[in-house]
Design a protein around this ligand. Structure first.
Ligand code: AMP
Ligand code: GLY
Length: 427
């Protein structure tokens, strides 16, 4: 099979690494890719939103499977664009069309969808500039803290959590006035959910689904979950507090109703579903949907899939996922993200990265670029270094040993990934 994967992060390196293990693979390209993916795949110089360029590449190279890594091209309608092109009647695509991608592209759409299909989530109200007074009244009826979300994509920055009513009212006004551009012309106000977050990933062919795994992400830059939000500073899979009873509730109340709801709404959805959940005292509620894999969650979920990923993708595209083999590795997997100093604010690029002996560690590159013989930093999140282990503790020890083998100027990472999970189990 000839495959094109779109994206350039650690997520894409992990997906490429997993696909490269398949005996079905004939040729793999990752566009635009990074220095890590370039070691195992071709790297055509194509931006993920260059639909015309991507279509020409698919036609020229005879690509049979397209896997879309990030949300932007999905929300922008890459599937619809390619499906409208008569040349690609047989092209298999992993990732939903524009209508399904609204689950991530519009928080208001996602909330209405959950309400319609009785999927547990926080109470909410969607507000536009004309309905500011209704928004203020809804805020006054909530207890602090207050959650405000820009309706549209805002590069992960569109969610504000505010301690006082006064701040919440002011931010609501600013958002409606264009704080996040068009993305916040509609604002979703939500009830605050307290609990522990967990991400669950599924692959669906529109009728059937496979639960790929669960992961916990470490989103804040600072240890003890402090400081600014990032794309993710580390991840652990599986999540020990997600026991059988909890997982059963997630499937029965959330995953199955989502897949069935999409179908009932006439949305043909073939791709990943990422459920951002809150465990509210054993009861799962949806915080958000994403229509792609998470990063760095992919770096711990993919290594735990024992089955052939390309066969799973083919079954997804052909609607035969119910017959596909799916096995997972019982071991724990963790990853620690190395980031450039200053991230998630201003940071430098172009620093040389020294990579020592990382042994059996799983090293997935993110913001990296090859210049001649050297690999240099090329983004805020630079590299995800992970490991398997019989227990989370064992996996962490090995991962941090790998981390110590990698150096570049300003290199920063969190030292407490997974520590909060130790109390749940000695897994
Ligand atoms: P989102 O972009 O929707 O994932 O939101 C970013 C982060 O804000 C989430 O990962 C949560 O930590 C937090 N968050 C979002 N919605 C809520 C909510 N209703 N209650 C509590 N925390 C929330
Ligand atoms: N790590 C969170 C995300 O990919 O959205």
């Amino acid at each position: 099979m000839k495959v094109l994967l779109l994206g350039s992060g650690g997520r894409e390196h992990a997906l490429a690494w997993k696909m490269a293990q398949s005996d079905q693979l004939e040729k793999l390209y990752v566009a635009p890719g990074n220095a890590g993916t370039a070691e195992i795949a071709g790297s055509p110089d194509l931006a993920v939103n260059d639909f015309v360029g991507i279509a020409e590449f698919i036609a020229k190279e005879g690509i049979e499977l397209l896997v879309v890594g990030p949300e932007d091209p999905l929300v922008g309608g890459i599937r619809d664009f390619l499906e409208a092109d008569g040349r690609f009647a047989n092209l298999m695509i992993i990732g939903p069309g524009k209508s399904g991608a609204r689950l991530e592209g519009s928080k208001d759409f996602a909330k209405e969808f959950m309400l319609r299909h009785h999927i547990p989530t926080a109470a909410y109200r969607t507000i536009t500039a004309e309905k500011l007074e209704e928004g203020r009244a809804f805020l006054r009826g909530l207890t602090p803290p207050y959650v405000l979300k820009a309706d549209g994509l805002a590069a992960g920055k569109g969610v504000l959590i505010l301690d006082t009513l006064q701040e919440a009212e002011r931010e609501l006004e600013e958002m409606l006035a264009g704080k996040f551009g068009k993305a916040s012309s509609r604002v979703v106000i939500e009830e605050y959910l307290s609990g522990i977050e967990i991400s669950v990933f599924a692959l669906t062919d529109g009728t059937y689904y496979k639960v790929l795994g669960s992961a916990k992400d470490y989103k804040r830059i600072g240890e003890g979950d402090t400081g600014l939000n990032t794309g993710g500073m580390g991840a652990v899979s599986p999540v020990p507090f997600a026991d059988e009873a909890f997982n059963h509730k997630v499937e029965e109340r959330i995953i199955a109703p989502t897949v069935n709801g999409l179908k009932a709404d006439g949305i043909d959805y073939k791709g990943f579903l990422f459920f951002g959940l809150m465990n509210c005292g054993g009861e799962p509620k949806v915080i958000e949907y994403n229509v792609r894999m998470g990063d760095p969650e992919t770096e711990v979920v993919m290594p735990r899939i024992s089955s052939d990923l390309l066969r799973l993708f083919e079954a997804t595209a052909r609607g035969t996922l119910s017959e596909a083999a799916f096995e997972t590795d019982p071991r724990s997997c963790v990853t620690v993200m190395l980031v450039a100093g200053g991230y998630p604010e201003n940071y430098r690029k172009g620093d040389t990265i020294q990579i020592g002996n990382t042994g059996e560690c799983l090293v997935f590159q993110a913001g990296t670029k090859r210049i001649g013989e050297k690999v240099v930093t090329n983004g805020g999140r630079v590299m995800a270094v992970g490991s398997y282990g019989k227990t989370i503790r064992e996996a962490l020890e090995e991962a941090y040993r790998g981390v110590s083998q990698i150096g570049f100027q300003g290199n920063y990472f969190r030292k407490d990934v997974g520590q909060d999970l130790m109390k749940f189990t000695e897994r």
